[in-house]
Ligand binder design. Structure first.
Ligand SMILES: [Zn+2]
Length: 509
């Protein structure tokens, strides 16, 4: 799988001269690097747009092309490192359209501000994000024909392995999230994972035996029930495992991989179905993080992931609201709405992880999902973190929040509250928990927080709070607002959230 290969260059003057463009990223109102100041000043005399928007200027630099990539001011309270990613991405499009295949990326003016500690890396990832082409496009037209920028030089004292490992993970995440529902039907999703992790230290196990799934993942199979008529849509669980040589802690992920969400019997109507091939963005993000793990091979961090890869179809066999289904945990779940299917899949995955957690040092659980429109409404383009008590006690959400800021994959923290648990409480003794109400999450108070209460109960994690003998930190991560660019689930490019956030928090030395 190709992507712009990175070459780390110590300084501009030390760069070899087969680069064919220079992309200069920074705030042009500040002092420019001496190598470029005269060129920019001269160009500004003819064109007042220089320094205000990305443009190509003819100059005596590599390839004769200087591409200005202004970030705007970087020092205001609300500026952050994503401005470098955006500027580098916009300039990358110009470089590509101009015919460059090997640009050199130069970032300036960020050294003194801690929030830009990863400026060059974030600019490189922003460039890769902008140049990424969908898997279907690469398969139809040829990767080399459409991803024409083959190599990017980046100036700075940088860790080559780190830049490459994160981009490799993001690429896996974008491919798995963005691809159409037949190309990435569950068996083909699993096959993609097997290929992505071949010859790596990550072990891939695909559970696709239908009887075994019925027995061990009953909620997941309720969601998948209507897909059983069509063999190529059959569900599976993809288990990914990395064992560290000197493990001190263990990250355990449940990923929501709904390859297509029709809503089920509570059918999505009024045009709300388009884009629902991206409802696998959580599983995609977890697989992407795993790819970064495979590249970085951390010494002390184990990572275990279970991805529930399921199509929520509609048909005579479709599950319906009011059904009561006994989860893997033994908890009796009353279905409130079949379009709230992701939490059902996650609950069984989390329950499996919970039951295995005792086998590993310092387990920390995460569910990652495009779960609720409410997360997008409440947080905009930020991943929502909803921690339990033990996660709060160990500073886990803060750790992710800080990494997200520096590495350009930001999050916001939400609180789990008693109202959330009251909302899903059983009305009679017929069941133990309600999966969902029947309104849209975006019109429901606490619409992205209360599903974490459901997950906690349905996965048996309510017995692992701060008040228990075996507390297990758990953070629910809702990427419904952050998973695609611009919040456009039909056409927005997958963002690969939260790959970089987790990589920054756990894998970067
Ligand atoms: Zn749904």
């Amino acid at each position: 799988m190709a992507f712009p290969t990175v070459e780390v260059v110590e300084s501009y003057s030390a760069a070899h001269n087969d680069y064919d463009a220079v992309i200069l990223v920074g705030d042009y109102a500040q002092q420019l690097p001496a190598e470029f100041a005269d060129f920019v000043e001269r160009a500004q005399q003819n064109d007042q747009r220089i320094g205000k928007q990305p443009l190509l200027v003819t100059a005596d630099v590599f390839g004769g092309r200087l591409i200005t990539a202004p970030t705007g001011p970087l020092t205001r309270d609300y500026d952050d490192v994503r401005q470098l990613a955006d500027a580098a991405g916009a300039a990358a499009h110009i470089a590509q359209q101009a015919g460059a295949t090997k640009p050199l990326l130069v970032v300036f003016g960020t050294q003194s501000d801690a929030r830009y500690g990863q400026a060059e890396a974030v600019a490189y990832w922003g460039l890769c994000q902008a140049l990424y082409e969908p898997l279907e496009a690469r398969e139809a037209l040829g990767e080399d024909a459409i991803e024409t920028i083959s190599t990017v030089g980046v100036v700075g004292a940088l860790d080559h392995e780190w830049l490459t490992a994160v981009e490799a993970g993001k690429r896996v995440a974008r491919d798995l999230c963005g691809t159409e529902p037949e190309r990435m039907a569950p068996p083909r999703f699993a096959e993609y994972c097997q290929q992505a992790f071949a010859h790596t230290p990550v072990k891939v196990t695909v559970i696709d035996d239908i009887q075994q799934l019925h027995h061990e993942y009953p909620l997941l199979m309720a969601v998948g029930r209507a897909s059983l008529d069509v063999e190529r849509h059959w569900p599976c669980v993809v288990r990914l495992e990395y064992c560290a040589p000197a493990a001190e802690q263990t990250l355990m992920f449940a990923g929501k991989g709904i390859v297509y969400d029709t809503g089920g019997a509570d059918l999505k109507t009024g045009g709300h179905m388009a884009g629902m091939s991206r409802d696998k963005g959580g599983a995609a993000g977890v697989a992407g993080f795993m790819k970064t793990v495979a590249e970085m091979r951390p010494d002390t961090v184990n990572v275990v992931a279970e991805l529930g890869v399921v199509r929520n179809s509609i048909g005579a066999e479709a599950f319906v609201a009011d059904e009561i289904i006994k989860a893997h945990s033994g908890v009796r779940v009353r279905i409130g709405n079949t379009d709230a299917e992701g939490r059902l899949v996650l609950a069984d995955l989390l329950s499996h992880l919970r039951s295995q957690a005792g086998n590993y040092p310092r387990p920390q659980l995460f569910s990652v999902a495009t779960l609720t429109g409410h997360a997008a409404l409440a947080k905009g383009p930020y991943s929502a973190l909803v921690p339990n008590g033990p996660a709060r006690a160990t500073g886990l959400p803060e750790r992710l929040w800080e990494a997200g800021e520096v590495y350009g994959d930001p999050t916001e923290i939400s609180w789990s509250r008693r109202e959330d648990f009251a909302f899903v409480a059983p009305r009679t003794k017929a069941d133990d928990v309600l999966s969902s109400n029947n309104g849209s999450s975006a019109a429901t108070p606490r619409g992205h927080q209360f599903p974490m209460a459901f997950l906690t109960i349905a996965a048996g994690l309510d017995h692992h709070g701060n008040d228990s003998d075996h507390p297990i930190p758990y953070v629910h991560v809702d990427i419904a607002g952050s998973g695609v660019q611009g919040g456009d689930w039909q056409h927005g490019k997958p963002s690969a959230a939260p790959v970089t956030c987790f990589a920054g928090a756990y894998l970067h030395k």
